[in-house]
Design a binder for this molecule. Sequence first.
Ligand code: 5GP
Ligand code: 5GP
Ligand code: 5GP
Length: 208
Amino acid sequence: VASTAHDFDFFYFVQQWPGSYCDTRQSCCYPSTGKPASDFGIHGLWPNYNDGSYPANCDPDRPYDASEMSDLMGGMQANWPTLACPSGDGSSFWSHEWRKHGTCSESLLDQRSYFQAALDLKKQVDLLKVLQDAGIRPDGGFYSLRGIAGAVREAIGYTPGIQCNVDESGNRQLHQIYLCVDAWGKELIECPVFPRSKCSSRVEFPPF
Ligand code: 5GP
Ligand code: 5GP
Ligand code: 5GP
């Protein structure tokens, strides 16, 4: 019997800094709906196992259905903007995330609840404010990785995972911040396992 309900242990709630997505040798493209705010954007809400592995593409029979999302569109465009090229309205990013990750938590969250949970989490944690309040600003300067992680831990009570990518000059820059969330997509938890960081001890925080 084919199984469609897949168990998992927790979610990674992953946000991306648009300045770092765009500041690489690959180009980025603003969404067709306009340049996103200078703020962290959602990348995804990813079911994960405590050992660091994760399920993916759990239910090919349940494709992304935009009609379940019509009243969430404003929030999706503002908080989960796509920066990949070519420019799009976001639906291919969201549909990719649903297919690859969302279908693996379907037993707990239907499509609408899945995206709503991510939007609610974004509202719970204002990462840019947390960093700025600690003097860490997207001004092209370099900041210590420990300082960044410490500011988030101080403000929200949990240690984040931090991932970097590399700008055109070869500098490591703050690209994604991971927080861990219980399997209902509601409460932040201490991360059982952290993603590979690819950062250096000081990292650039480019403007957007
Ligand atoms: P996805 O298909 O991850 O699996 O990736 C599709 C495209 O996104 C890839 O062609 C890759 O070049 C691009 N991509 C991945 N990471 C970044 C990034 O940090 N910045 C930019 N501009 N593109 C990226
Ligand atoms: P990358 O190889 O660029 O770090 O990640 C590519 C994609 O693989 C991510 O966008 C995400 O879809 C998936 N992925 C990478 N690492 C993890 C992880 O630790 N947990 C989960 N659930 N997905 C991941
Ligand atoms: P993941 O890395 O989550 O498996 O895949 C991300 C996919 O969504 C890639 O194929 C990438 O091309 C696409 N995508 C569209 N917009 C974005 C964006 O703004 N950021 C990232 N990381 N991927 C995006």
